[in-house]
Design a protein around this ligand. Structure first.
Ligand code: ZN
Ligand code: ZN
Length: 245
């Protein structure tokens, strides 16, 4: 009986490729065409320092103890997948990214003395209210909730966004820093946690994620780890003066 229900369900809701939405036979994330596109898209090294994604420190995350990224923010396939994750909620895409992140977190972040992951709670960079209303959800929050399920660590909102600020997308680092100042505020719950994993989708200059980490620390958190799907390749070196801002 259950088999029949499953068969009918699969007929009504077949598995689809998370990139092009074509129906696929198995429960893989991609159809074969998209898989080819996906598998050849990553650059190995940072264009500035020549280091790998994990070793490159061209984005300064001074308020973060350790960070984990899955990909460089490059390639048509990844960009369109992140765009889809941002624009309409697809639980399969969300699970796909979260599972990759869980593996990366477990392999890169050093466990504590008890052999457990060194953070007690997961939180996220909150979107502006305007963006949440527009899309109907907050993609970083959805990603954090899925990670929470897979890691069995609670997900708690610890930071509020007071005002939207200008959209960060087209701004340079120094302007971003000024723009983001005073936007994030810790809530009372921060006092209950010493160590937090902060989730975002894409880290561009690091200004936003640093600002959220600072807010968490102002609220009483000691260590902030971060994990994101992708980080942007930096194309020029910032002057040391701008970095100190
Ligand atoms: Zn496809
Ligand atoms: Zn680099």
């Amino acid at each position: 009986m259950n088999n029949w229900i499953e068969k009918i369900y699969k007929l009504l809701f077949p598995e689809r490729c998370i990139l092009c939405d074509d129906v696929i036979a198995n429960d893989a994330p991609f159809c074969s065409d998209c898989y080819q596109l996906w598998s050849k898209q990553q650059k190995d090294e940072c264009v500035l320092c020549g280091k790998s994604l994990h070793e490159c420190e061209c984005i300064r995350l001074q308020s973060i103890k350790q960070s984990v990224f899955l990909f460089w923010y490059s390639g048509e396939a990844l960009k369109s997948l992140i765009y889809r994750q941002k624009s309409f909620l697809c639980s399969k895409t969300n699970r796909f990214f979260a599972t990759l992140m869980v593996n990366e977190i477990r392999s890169k972040i050093e466990p504590n003395k008890k052999g457990e992951l060194p953070f007690e709670v997961i939180t996220y960079v909150p979107r502006s209210k305007k963006a949440v209303v527009k899309n109907g959800y907050d993609q970083a929050a959805e990603l954090a909730k899925e990670l929470s399920k897979q890691l069995n660590i609670p997900c708690v909102c610890l930071v509020t966004r007071k005002r939207g600020g200008q959209q960060q997308k087209k701004l340079g680092y120094t302007v971003r820093l000024a723009n983001i100042k005073g936007v994030f505020h810790p809530n009372e719950l921060c006092k209950s946690y010493k160590s937090v994993l902060l989730i975002d989708d894409v880290v561009t200059t690091g200004a936003t994620i640093n600002a959220v980490a600072d807010a968490l620390k102002n609220g009483g958190v000691r260590n902030v780890y971060c994990a994101a799907i992708a980080k942007t390749q930096q194309t020029f070196r910032r002057k040391p003066k701008a970095e100190k801002l």
